[in-house]
Design a protein around this ligand. Structure first.
Ligand code: ATP
Length: 242
């Protein structure tokens, strides 16, 4: 049984349908990259999976159970953790305090402040610094660490490389690689197609709220994804089964 499945999900912002009948599933231990142009609906879809935005139609299934109406704090308790775009840290609080917040709504498990600091060694000397004083890379590591503190089964990462230098992005992804190897299930929104394809098992390209292309990352070329990105791809002719 899939860890997560979404079925014909429709999510609106007022009159605007940002997600228009999206269906896909992800198995335990898989990494799914969600790509697509600005405004394609990626953030809205992630927020609907996290329970932060209620869909108007369709279902979210967690281990086969319908959790469409379950609020976000309860989903954290079930093992779904979102690292939102823009990090959303408490800037007057220290790294350690922000990390411990992740524990409050979470589940029992192995993640601790020490393990997060081992995973993101750049945070070690910043443990007692206020997050408002950190660099972008340190803030991103804190945001991911806070999500990990809830001991998630599914980690939802929204554009973790946004605003970071290429060197810092490399560091963040090196740490993510460790999480992927340890079997954490991840859905990540990533603008960098090469990185998205290299880090993931499966890729979904969204276009104007719909899935334009879906398939195994190893079997899809950058060119195919780029075409889907710009709406030049004929889904029925060239999509690759997951
Ligand atoms: P980006 O890469 O720019 O974040 P995205 O693929 O994540 O894009 P969304 O942020 O989900 O796309 O936006 C999908 C659509 O919904 C866009 O047309 C956007 O303008 C609209 N939208 C997003 N958030 C809101 C909001 N809070 N209120 C109204 N419309 C919104």
């Amino acid at each position: 049984m899939s860890l997560l499945a979404v079925e014909n999900l429709v999510v609106r912002h007022g009159l605007l349908q940002a997600v228009r009948g999206v269906s896909f599933s992800i198995e335990r231990g898989q990494t799914l990259a969600l790509v697509g142009a600005n405004g394609a609906g990626k953030t809205t879809l992630l927020r609907a999976i996290a329970g932060a935005h209620q869909p108007t139609a369709g279902r979210v299934l967690w281990d086969g159970a319908d959790i469409t109406g379950v609020p976000s704090h309860k989903r954290v308790g079930m093992g779904v953790a979102l690292v939102p775009e823009g990090r959303k840290l408490f800037v007057q609080m220290t790294v350690e305090e922000n990390l411990l917040l992740g524990k409050t709504a979470g589940r029992p498990g192995d993640w601790s402040v020490e393990r997060v600091l081992d995973t993101f060694p750049n945070l070690k000397p910043r443990r007692h610094a206020k997050t408002g004083h950190l660099s972008g890379g340190e803030q991103q590591a804190t945001a991911i660490g806070r999500a990990l503190m809830s001991n998630p089964e599914l980690l939802l990462l929204d554009e973790v490389s946004l605003g970071l230098s290429p060197l810092v992005v490399d560091r963040v992804y090196a740490s993510l690689q460790g999480l992927i190897s340890s079997g954490t299930t991840i859905i990540l929104v990533e603008q960098d197609l090469n990185r998205a394809l290299s880090v993931s098992d499966k890729v979904i390209c969204m276009l104007e709220g719909r899935v334009a292309l879906e398939g195994p990352s190893k079997g899809i070329s950058r060119d195919e994804v780029t075409k889907a990105y710009f709406g030049l791809h004929r889904k029925s002719a060239a999509s690759v089964p997951a």
